[in-house]
Write a protein that binds this ligand. Structure first.
Ligand code: F6R
Length: 642
């Protein structure tokens, strides 16, 4: 058994004494990893160890398996172990947690398809050992079918190891809020949030089934070992509720608090709301690094409703920060923090020429910088940093924009049809007719034909030119990288390859930038933004020895959904009301992403609204901390290459 997992297992019932304070709000054993890939490999190792142990005893190993984005890397690692290390699945019997209803096995959205694609097709598990709830069962037979599924699990001696993900509703399997502690395998109505989360893979919420078959809470609880995976900031709130909250049917995963062999395996993002990470000073004594001190002061201001310079010794003492005061008094702490934040603010994101730059975020020299703004999709540049983009151009820098992916899957068929019909009206052609026909005959189980994808990519390309021209950029400074990893025609993307990295290397090498701006969604384990960022990191690694690299600084902006915490921000670029409007118009150029987009998420606001509110919100936070009152602020964190 791997040492780490052995420790994880051991810790469940006997929390080490030294950690008692740290975990005093926590009711479920959990381990937090720097990154979801490393964590997944550890979990796969525990599963492999169990399979081998059972093999040595001549026994079957009964696995309860989950689908969704969380376990993908675990399955990838198990497949690798099968291929490279000879791990055999001949003694493995699997029971999947759930399946949509109605759902055909052959449908690409089925969990049957998912499991075969990610695991079963690549290992030596006997087909008859695979059990996945059947989504094609007639309505009148469902109850009996569910009972037989439950009985089959029991007949095999119960589940030895249950792998789980967690939904933002707190569901495990598809046990949505309201599920009973003693529930067994049954039919369930999916929560709206769950359907919203599933919408991208069904290309729209209207295609997401309303029902599912799921193993029950009691079925899951009866497993001998449970490991729940949680990745990314998106899961942080529900993970905190599950681990620290009261047991309640409103958050079905809280039932796991009563299991004596359950571990939550998390990455930093998913664990970020736990009290011991978010406000460690409320849990016990901490090591007061500069980073933690900033975080605590910003938190203290929000808690007391005071600005930084108004905080008193009593405020620090009353809120678990008395040991910080023993290092420095509140006056010094306040002044230092105020100055630190003050120095993040600049209207000169490319550096202020010929000025003293000792306390500015960017260097003054060279006065005219070469800049690359990397944008994962063709609109993240203006959504996330439209104001800064505008200033960089206005202040005379040599700005280039690089759209990393074509963004073609986010264009609706309706939108594409409009353009194909217009093209066919102007110049009737076989090509346009083919596109029109392909769109009209498309069903939910077919990929877009190549020519449809090309048209959709072209739509996003001209929208992007609309925005970059509006911001005063010459077309020759706009680069469409069309990274190949993205071009699958489906939500599921390929892994990053050398072909992707070479394209990024070539561009950086050609421009030799002093500044790189990139989408820094470090905690997003599966999304396109993270892959795009990895491509840049890998490219920079390869270019490390180039002389221009020592003058190259990298600034990270956040994607459409999150903003940096105030204490993390290293450059804050304020916007006037006019600049806010200009940014709005630049976002409007991306018409295919307006008025109802394909991948809306659970936030019904349009992208320009989200961007404006987020930038307004950052400005309001600066004001509340006692700094100047701006209409809006865009925020960046500097990534130190070493
Ligand atoms: C899937 C399942 C669900 C998912 C959960 C999280 O079989 O039962 O409970 O584990 O919805 O989904 P992801 O991993 O996609 O965030």
């Amino acid at each position: 058994m791997s040492t780490l997992i052995a420790k994880m297992t051991k810790d469940i019932s006997h929390k080490p004494v030294g950690q008692f304070e740290e975990t005093r709000f926590e009711k479920i054993h959990n381990v937090i990893f720097e990154d979801s890939n490393v964590a997944s490999v550890q979990v796969a190792q525990e599963i492999a160890d169990l399979i081998r142990k059972k093999q040595a005893l001549g026994q079957n190993c009964v696995l309860g398996l989950a689908t969704g984005s969380s376990p993908i890397k675990v399955y990838e690692e198990l497949v690798r172990m099968h291929k490279e290390e000879g791990l055999s699945f001949s003694n493995v019997i699997t029971f999947n947690l759930d399946e949509y209803l109605p759902m055909d096995k052959g449908n690409m959205q089925s969990y049957y398809y998912f499991m075969h694609e990610h695991l079963f097709n690549h290992v030596d598990i006997p087909e008859e050992n695979i059990n996945i709830p059947d989504g094609s069962i007639p309505q009148e037979d469902v109850v009996e079918y569910c009972l037989s599924y439950e009985k089959k699990i029991k007949d095999h001696g119960g589940i030895d190891f249950q792998l789980l993900g967690i939904g933002r509703t707190g569901h495990i399997g598809f046990n949505e809020p309201g599920s009973h502690y003693n529930s067994g395998t049954r039919i369930i109505t999916l929560d709206h949030i769950t359907r919203v989360d599933a919408a991208p893979s069904f290309l729209g919420i209207d295609n997401v089934p309303r029902k599912a078959i799921t193993m029950g809470i009691a079925t899951v609880r009866s497993a001998k070992r449970i490991v729940l995976l949680g990745w990314g900031n998106n899961k942080a709130k529900i993970i905190k509720k599950t681990i620290e909250g009261e047991i309640s049917s409103h958050v079905p995963a809280t039932y796991l608090q009563e299991h004596n062999n359950a571990t939550f395996v998390l990455d930093k993002g998913a664990g970020s709301e736990l009290t011991r990470n978010k406000t460690p000073w409320l849990v016990g004594s901490c090591e007061w690094t500069e980073e933690l001190t900033s975080k605590a002061i910003v938190w203290l201001c929000a808690k007391t409703g005071k600005s930084i310079l108004s905080l008193t010794d009593k405020d620090y003492n009353d809120n678990g920060m008395s040991d910080l005061l023993s290092l420095e008094d509140s006056y010094d702490l306040n002044i230092k923090m105020f100055n630190k934040l003050q120095h993040t603010i600049t209207g000169w994101p490319g550096g202020k020429p010929h000025a003293d730059d000792s306390s500015r975020p960017e260097r003054a020299e060279p006065a005219k910088k070469r800049v690359i703004i990397f944008s994962p999709h063709p609109d993240d540049d203006v959504i996330s940093m439209g104001g800064t983009f505008d200033r960089l151009v206005e202040q005379g820098h040599d700005v280039h924009v690089a759209y990393q992916t074509s963004g073609n899957i986010a264009v609706s068929d309706k939108e594409a049809l409009k353009f194909a019909e217009i093209a066919n009206t102007i110049t009737p052609s076989k090509e346009s007719e083919n596109i029109i026909e392909a769109i009209l005959n498309k069903d939910e189980n077919t990929f877009d034909a190549l020519e449809v994808r090309t048209l959709k990519g072209a739509i996003r390309r001209s929208e992007s030119y609309g925005a970059t021209r509006y911001l005063g950029l010459d077309d020759s400074h706009v680069h469409f990288l069309n990274l190949p990893f993205y071009e699958t025609g489906t939500i599921k993307k390929n892994n990053l390859s050398n072909a992707d990295i070479d394209i990024v290397v070539d561009l950086i090498n050609e421009i030799k930038p002093h500044q790189i701006f990139a989408a820094g969604d470090l905690a997003d384990p599966h999304g396109t933004h993270k892959v795009c960022l990895d491509a840049i990191f890998e490219a920079l690694k390869r270019l490390k020895e180039e002389s221009f690299m020592k003058d190259c600084w990298m600034w990270l902006y956040r994607g459409a959904w999150h903003e940096w915490d105030i204490n993390e921000i290293e450059m804050a670029v304020p916007m006037s009301p006019d600049q806010v409007l200009k940014k709005r118009y630049a976002i409007f150029c991306h018409q295919s992403q307006k008025d109802g987009v394909m991948f809306q998420g659970d936030d019904s606001r349009e992208f320009w609204m989200r961007a404006e509110e987020r930038n307004k919100h950052t400005a309001a936070k600066y004001k509340a901390l006692g700094l100047a009152d701006y209409a809006a602020i865009e925020a960046f964190v500097r990534y130190k290459m070493d």
